[in-house]
Ligand binder design. Structure first.
Ligand code: SF4
Length: 271
């Protein structure tokens, strides 16, 4: 994306919560300060790296983050090269054939070769790669229990929950409030399953970003003075099959995907 032509172009991409974590009074003030060069986009903790890079028109953040991520990714690939992929496939609910481990990500076929390289017929989002490799390497393979818990109840989830709420549950709720077709699209586009009356919510959808790591999104519509709400639940075995950082990354990635799906259907970008 070319450099923003004015502060409003930056503002459209901000969280608009006016949370003040950037030490500006409002998101609009922050947008103005960024546009005039007094602030950097990286000072807003609510912005994801992809948006920062797009708005910057350069990889200002990439210098700091990419090498670290690249090294970590290479470490994971090296570890994959040292494991028995056929045995891993059996452990994690995947298949093995011709030197490749194959599994479903949101209903789509993905494969991992003996060097840890991923392939798929569809575009592979960056947020899928590290969780998927961690899953192949470290999932204990516990079967899904059907007992749903909040991120707070997973190992190390309590401290991650406030940011998870800000980066996943809150923005997803804003999409659901405005774009009523969201849950149907989640079912159709992401091979989800709509379930009735889970946790007494109005709408519940179960998605499978990884075979033994289901995610349930529950939405309660607004009624009689009560605000709407949205919560994301995980199977209670999740922390045995995936580390908390990868769970967090999947949550943020799913949220960005919902926002993109909604945008394609005319959801206003600045909600
Ligand atoms: S930190 Fe980000 S979301 Fe919070 S007020 Fe600043 S610009 Fe807005």
């Amino acid at each position: 994306m070319p450099q923003p032509k004015n502060a409003m172009e930056i503002f459209r991409h901000l969280d608009k919560s006016n949370c003040r974590e950037c030490r500006e009074k409002t998101c609009l003030a922050f947008a103005g300060a960024v546009f005039t060069g007094q602030r950097k986009l990286t000072e807003c903790p609510q912005l994801d790296r992809e948006t920062i890079e797009r708005l910057s028109g350069e990889s200002e953040n990439q210098t700091a983050v990419e090498p670290e991520r690249g090294e970590y990714l290479q470490d994971l690939k090296n570890e994959i090269a040292n494991i028995d992929l056929a045995a891993a496939a059996q452990r994690i609910g995947a298949r093995y054939s011709d030197g490749k481990l194959m599994l479903k990500v949101l209903g789509k076929d993905f494969s991992v070769d003996e060097k840890g390289n991923l392939s798929s017929d569809i575009h592979i989002n960056a947020w899928v790669v590290i969780p998927l490799l961690n899953y192949v390497l470290y999932a204990q393979g516990l079967p899904v229990s059907g007992n749903w818990v909040s991120l707070r109840e997973l190992k190390e989830g309590t401290e991650r929950y406030p940011l998870f709420k800000r980066r996943c549950e809150d923005p997803m709720k804003r999409v659901a409030d405005t774009y009523t077709g969201l849950f149907d699209d989640m079912v159709h586009v992401l091979s989800g399953k709509q379930v009735a009356k889970q946790f007494k919510s109005d709408i519940s959808v179960i998605l499978y970003p990884l075979p033994k790591v289901p995610v349930m999104v529950c939405y309660w519509s607004p009624e009689e003075g009560l605000e709407s709400s949205l919560n994301i639940f995980f199977d209670e075995t999740t922390d045995k099959n995936l580390d908390i950082n990868s769970v967090f990354t999947l949550g943020v990635g799913l949220t960005q995907m919902f926002q993109k799906i909604a945008l394609r259907h005319g959801f206003p970008e600045d909600v």
